[in-house]
Structure formats: C-alpha cells, structure tokens
Ligand binder design. Structure first.
Ligand code: FDP
Length: 280
C-alpha cells in the first residue's frame, strides 16, 4: 500500500505542473461517458498510468478516461480505479479540480475496497487518504506533510446539491428547500472533489447527486467517484447512501456504472433516508 501511496503523491506533483500551462486545449476525443476530453485529461491519465506501472503490487488499473481496464502486473494484488482530473470543465475558469483513487484488493467492487484517496488541486495541493482512518496531507516544498486526522461532526452547516434542479423529483426539491430553511448554506462549485472536501473539512453537511429525469441512475461513477468518497465519508464518521442503501453495499456490472449518491454527516443523511423511504 505504501508504494501506491507514493505513486499517488508523485502523480499529484506531476499533475500540478501539467495543470499550470497556458493552453489546456480540447481534444477531439470523447471519453467513455461521452464528454469531450481535454488534452490535459489525457495527459493526467497517462501520468498516473506511468506511475502505477512502476508499482509491482498494482495488478490492474481502470481510468475514467479509458474505455477498458488495463492489466499492469499479473502478480500484483491491487486493482486501482481512478479519475485523473475530476471536474476538468472547471479548469478554464480556474476553480479547484482533483484526482480520485479507489484501491481494491483482488478485484474491482465496493466489497473489496481497502483504501481510497483524493488530491485537491486548489490554491494549495492537499491529499486525503483513508485506510482505517482519514488523514489530511498538504504539499509543501515537493513533499506531502501530514496535517491531521479528519472527523465529521454529527451535524454540519453546508449544502452541496448537485444535478439540474429542473430535473429533480419534487420530494427531493422539498427536502433540499427544507435544509435551506433550517439555515444551511449553499456551497457548490460543480467539482465533486472540492465540494466534498469542503464539507469534510468544515465538519459536515450534505452533498447530493440525485436521480434526475435525464439521468435516472445519477451522473457520478461508482468505481472512480462514488465508492472512493463513500469509503472516505464512512471512515470519517459520516454516511454515504443512494437514498436507501449504503453506497458501499452496491455492486456494479460495468466499470463505468453510475449511482445516485448522498454523502454527509449523520444528521443530514438520516434525513435523506427518512424522506426517500416515504417517497420511493
Ligand atoms: P465534471 O462533469 O466537470 O467532470 O465527475 C463529474 C462532475 O464534474 C463532478 O465533479 C461534479 O460534482 C459533477 O460532475 C457536476 O455535475 P452537475 O454540473 O450536473 O451538477
């Protein structure tokens, strides 16, 4: 696991340099989710692929930017799924983006997840790594320094409601409106990594990406986005559900499957469970 942790750190430092260029040019290719890829997305994907290729314990990688999984070392033990540059549509407006990693033992699947990690590229570069506990690191002079352990409060103050409101179910809209009437503050940049990072570091709240009329299975991808953050939120004392079930209890049939998802502290997620059990 140490080797994987080191490879993620090396990738983060190289990605930081890759982001800091004048021309991030859109390529003509589309990724598996039908989004136009930035040359930068492809570059970051290759950086991570190269770094994991040096790690003998990595058996297979799957990237949000690749159609299929890729075998690296048949004697390796870990399967790593990653989103090299999540929220890359925010690069041209200079908002924070991030990389997300899910580390699975023996095969992809939530039940096999043993660690997960994300890196936030904002004004500073931070990394959150969860195994038994959730730990925050800060990039300082080329090295990631441990900052602190992260724990969520029972109840938070922030609300990050994803998806197009026009396409929300009315009970979902009612629930989000009620949170705002209770005093929750809107914090939504449109980047899953910084939005979930903010809720985690400010003690709690709720990030939601519900089923919408145009995306009934949600938008966010199970292996690359949903399971890694579900693992991190659970290890930090919070919860992660699809409305009813724990996200970590869900399966997947394809590496690019999506899921409806809610991540947060206990008070807010319990409310989601109540509302969704009455309405679905
Ligand atoms: P993006 O499309 O910019 O890569 O991964 C998908 C994602 O960003 C998440 O980072 C973000 O939370 C979500 O999409 C935003 O979606 P909406 O614009 O539909 O809210």
């Amino acid at each position: 696991m140490r080797d994987i942790f080191d490879a993620i750190q090396r990738s983060a430092i190289r990605i930081k340099d890759a982001i800091d260029v004048k021309d991030i040019g859109y390529s003509q290719q589309e990724n598996s989710s039908g989004e136009t890829q930035l040359e930068l997305d492809i570059k970051c994907d290759l950086i991570i692929q190269e770094e994991f290729s040096k790690v003998s314990s990595v058996h297979t990688i799957a990237s949000e930017e690749k159609e299929k999984e890729m075998l690296l070392n048949k004697d390796g033990k870990y399967f790593v799924a990653y989103d090299p540059l999540d929220g890359s549509s925010l690069i041209d407006v200079n908002l924070s983006v991030g990389s997300i990693y899910g580390i699975y033992d023996g095969a992809f699947g939530a039940e096999n997840m043993v660690a997960s990690c994300y890196v936030v590229h904002g004004p500073r570069v931070e990394m959150v790594f969860a195994e038994n506990k959730t730990k925050l690191y800060l990039l300082q002079a080329g090295e990631f320094e441990f900052v602190k352990e992260i724990r969520l409060n029972e109840k938070g103050k922030l609300m990050a409601p994803g998806g197009t409101q026009q396409n929300w179910a009315s009970y979902h809209k009612g629930m989000i409106d009620n949170f705002f009437q209770e005093g929750y503050r809107l914090r939504y940049s449109g980047g899953m990594v910084p939005d979930l990072h903010q809720i985690l570091l400010k003690g709690g709240g709720l990030f939601s990406y519900p089923a919408t009329s145009d995306k009934p299975e949600g938008k966010l991808r199970r292996l690359f986005e949903v399971f890694p953050f579900a693992f991190i939120y659970e290890k930090s004392g919070g919860q992660a559900i699809d409305g009813k079930n724990n996200l970590m209890s869900l399966g997947h049939s394809h590496i690019h499957d999506t899921a409806v998802c809610f991540f947060g502290s206990n008070y807010e997620v319990d409310r989601v469970k109540e509302v969704y059990s009455e309405n679905e």
